[in-house]
Design a protein around this ligand. Structure first.
Ligand code: B3K
Ligand code: ZN
Length: 847
């Protein structure tokens, strides 16, 4: 429902709640449209708080009865909660409410997904379950009784007792309500055990719907690997007798770290070689690790308020990226993370939705689970680690866990342990948490009398939330390479703190070529044009070698788009060499051959004073791929054959790297043979990585119809595979056909738009198809706006998230801007638009 005047919440207004909660008892009597929730909560006045207003959040609840210390009371009800007179001493609050899980399409609170009850409480969903101080700084133990006729009845913590039609759970670790969870349904458990370094035997279970039993083994192994890794690397052991994961079909995001009962989008946990790609396997491993790592960074130590979200999310993303780097390849993981950062976080930081890693105000907190909070938040921690060093990082983390276990903390608490462990003053570093925008660093150099000098000038453009950005602390990892290609100075981390700074390197025989921002040591844009071809050939830093290839490709594409130049020979010959270099990891070689995203090229054009033309970008990208294919024509078959794996399928780094390179080469072959090899791969594939890639090539070659029909017939009963079928047709459509293809798919019998995975697979694919979404006739814009308007009353959270497709609208020409502006106006004018979507559209329109 539209809030007449949506309220803005400010970080600076934080005050503690007037009461502490000592104990929560909940009883659920489950019924699809009339679930009864009875709560018994022990409150006590909070000595830390001056405001003693007793306000409990509550939304869409029917209050049946309320009592204080056993006596009926009549609270004052409002749309968002209740107030009540309470004694100035400890008391017991009891309430009974009725809720309607079957009508809950927003997938927040308690809802039904294919007949299974499940919950999503972060950030503010618990208030849709019962009246409660639904804020992360109110922590309590929970005891939960579930009455329902289901085989599986789960909640947080340890099982206490159960019988026919009921189960009781107790979570001994105090937690905020956002970590509460309940699941009830007819589920099958895939079981295992893990013994912690403290000798505690933990029963593990992955609960799935019947039919999905065969897709559990990989997720379970990933869980055990994560548990072991957190012990080995961070010294953190698990702390309950059981750890349960449940897969659900209808879920707004990837997964949720509820204490002892993680709930996962089925797409983020179920995997089998036939139905999942290597990329799916890697993502699943990372998400399982991420949610598991939250047990310490998020659950044992949580956030004081939602402005501190990056305290748990930035740190946990950083930890899961360390895990993936350890499990697989560090350079490949780093490159993939930077591609993702540039693809999702940079546009956010450089557009109307820019906000600091720790925002200072919001209307709807769900709109701030962003790439900035998560991914830039993780980059900030990576920089901190680079600056203080590994040993000091470990010491600071130990101090953090010791000092703050069981608390709800702030970024100030986090930085204080680093300041204390290292003696550093982090006042300037803290700007990374308060300033929005991507810093740009320009580089110039000189060489005189054997001394090489590098000058760095940093600047951050003003943004919606940061009018006057100040210089930040930028760890700049730099190496120097001599003219003969040998490294003359291994990596050193220079610390930039001022607007302009010069660093000198004496004693050099000749002017070196600098390799700057090695390992992408800070989330910035570097303005520097060294000899990229030289660095591509000689850089010892794998990230910067990849970056050199990227820079060459970007320059080549820009020259084609702006001046009609032919593809750059330096890129073509450099990449050919890399692709044929068997001494390099195949996964790395596949990444080297990748091109910058089309949206990234549009941003680059806009920045350099050109109006991006999505069609011209599309044409240039295809011309460069064609040129590489033509150049390598004779060697492609052998290179492809060398990547075929004869061993049984395994989703490990070695095999998936070979398949990644094999599929990169297949796309080059398709440009020569029109899809013959792709057809062979499609017909013989025994795993989804190769089947899907072959299908993509066939569509691109204009001969995908038969394979698409075969694929649909083969996989019509597997909803996760069918999401791929929906998405791929849009992703691979020619720009002029993208919106029509998406439209036709929305008329398909299997297009269940209320399922977020299917909605995202289809409409998200359209939004991600740069030239298709920005088709000249505006069909992409209208199509997306129509569906956002349709989805908003049903699922505001997923709608609001997808509004970001419009965030870059000011880059484009006047006609496109006017078409998008009209769509934004149309969405904004929709009656009863949700608070989530209203906030997003307002911020985007203000650009
Ligand atoms: N903490 C959850 C995200 C909740 C999103 C709420 N809109 C998953 C995660 O980051 O691990
Ligand atoms: Zn998280």
């Amino acid at each position: 429902m539209r809030d007449a005047s949506p309220q803005t919440i400010y970080l600076e207004d934080y005050t503690p709640f007037g009461y502490t909660v000592q104990e929560v008892h909940l009883t659920f009597d489950l019924a699809p449209s009339a679930t009864r929730v009875t709560s018994r909560i022990r409150f006590a006045p909070n000595p830390q708080a001056t405001d003693k207003t007793f306000f409990l959040h509550g939304e869409n609840l029917s209050l049946i009865s309320a009592k204080i210390d056993g006596e009926p009371v009549t609270p004052t009800l409002s749309e968002d909660g209740l107030t009540c007179d309470v004694p100035n001493m400890p008391f017991v609050w009891e309430a009974e409410v009725q809720i309607d899980p079957a009508a809950n399409t927003a997938l927040e609170g308690l809802y039904l997904s294919n007949g299974m009850y499940c919950t999503q409480c972060e950030a503010e969903g618990f208030r849709k379950i019962t009246y409660y101080p639904d804020r992360p700084d109110v922590m309590s133990t929970f005891t939960v009784r579930i009455n329902g006729p289901h085989a599986t009845l789960l909640s947080n913590g340890n099982p206490v007792a159960s019988g026919e039609g009921w189960a009781e759970w107790h979570d001994p670790w105090p937690k905020p309500a956002y970590l509460f969870a309940l699941v009830a349904g007819e589920l099958i458990a895939h079981r295992d055990t893990f013994t912690t370094m403290e000798g505690r035997k933990v029963d593990l279970a992955l609960y799935v719907r019947p039919g999905d039993e065969g897709k559990c083994a990989f997720g379970m192994q990933a869980l055990k690997d994560s548990m072991k890794w957190d012990e080995d690397v961070y010294g953190r052991a698990y702390d309950l007798d059981v750890f349960n994961i449940v897969a659900v079909d209808d879920f707004n995001m990837g997964a949720m770290e509820n204490k002892g009962l993680n709930i996962f989008n089925a797409s983020a946990v179920l995997a089998s070689p036939e139905t999942s790609t290597d990329t799916n396997f890697e993502r699943i491993e990372a998400i399982i690790a991420h949610e598991y790592f939250h047990n310490w960074t998020g659950n044992r130590i949580t956030c004081r308020d939602w402005f501190q979200l990056c305290l748990k999310e930035g740190l946990t993303v950083f930890r899961d990226s360390q895990f993936t780097a350890d499990m697989r390849s560090e350079p490949v993981k780093r490159i993939s993370d930077v591609i993702d950062l540039r693809g999702r976080q940079f546009p956010e930081d450089q557009g109307p939705l820019a906000h600091p890693v720790r925002p200072e105000s919001f209307q709807e907190i769900n709109n701030f689970y962003t790439a900035t909070v998560y991914e830039k938040g993780a980059e900030v921690i990576r920089m901190l680690k680079t600056l203080v060093g590994d040993a000091a990082y470990a010491k600071a983390l130990d101090l953090y866990f010791d000092r703050h276990d069981g608390q709800a903390c702030t970024i100030e608490d986090w930085l204080a342990v680093f300041a204390e462990a290292t003696g550093r003053d982090l006042a300037q570093f803290k700007r990374w948490y308060s300033q929005a925008g991507t810093p740009r660093v320009a580089v110039s150099d000189s060489f005189e009398n054997g001394t090489y000098a590098l000058n760095f000038t940093q600047s951050t453009p003003p943004s919606a939330t940061t009018a006057d950005p100040q210089p930040q602390v930028i760890p700049m990892a730099v190496g120097l390479i001599g003219p003969n290609g040998d490294e003359v100075m291994p990596t050193q981390v220079l610390e930039l703190t001022q607007t302009s700074q010069t660093f000198s390197f004496p004693g050099l025989a000749a002017k070196p070529v600098p390799s700057i921002l090695r390992g992408f040591s800070a989330p910035i844009v570097l303005d520097h044009t060294p000899d990229h071809a030289f660095l591509l050939a000689h850089d010892t830093d794998p990230f910067n070698r990849w970056e050199a290839a990227r820079n060459l490709a970007r320059a080549s594409l820009m020259a084609t788009i702006v001046k009609g130049a032919a593809p750059d020979q330096a890129w073509l010959s450099g990449i050919e060499k890399v692709l044929l270099d068997d001494s390099l990891d195949p996964a790395y070689r596949a990444l080297m051959a990748g091109l910058p995203g089309q949206s990234e090229l549009a941003a680059e054009m806009h920045r350099s004073g050109h109006t991006p033309d999505p069609d011209a970008i599309w044409v240039a990208v295809n011309a460069l791929k064609q040129a590489l294919s033509d150049r390598m024509r004779d060697g492609l078959s052998a290179l492809y054959a060398a990547q075929q794996v004869s061993a049984p399928y395994a989703p490990d780094a070695t095999q998936s790297g070979m398949r990644a390179l094999g599929n990169t080469v297949l796309s080059l072959i398709t440009r020569q043979d029109g899809g013959d090899q792709a057809q062979v791969q499609y017909d013989t594939a025994d795993n989804m990585t190769q089947q899907l890639s072959a299908l993509a090539n066939l569509i691109r070659a204009g001969r995908g119809d038969a394979a698409l029909a075969q694929f649909e017939a083969q996989w019509k009963d597997d909803r996760l595979v069918m999401d791929k079928w929906f998405g791929l047709q849009v992703i691979e459509a020619k720009p002029d056909d993208a919106a029509d293809t998406a439209k036709a798919l929305t008329r398909h019998a299997a297009f269940n738009w209320k399922n977020p995975n299917r909605f995202r697979a289809t409409l998200g694919a359209l939004a991600g198809h740069h030239a298709g979404f920005h088709a000249k006739d505006g069909s992409g814009y209208t199509m997306l706006a129509d569906w956002l308007i349709t989805l908003d009353p049903v699922n505001p959270q997923t709608t609001a998230r997808m509004c970001s497709a419009f965030q870059t609208w000011r880059r484009y020409d006047a006609i496109r801007q006017s078409m998008i502006g009209k769509e934004l106006d149309r969405i904004a004018a929709t009656p009863n638009l949700s608070r989530d979507t209203t906030e997003m559209i307002t911020r985007i329109r203000e650009a």
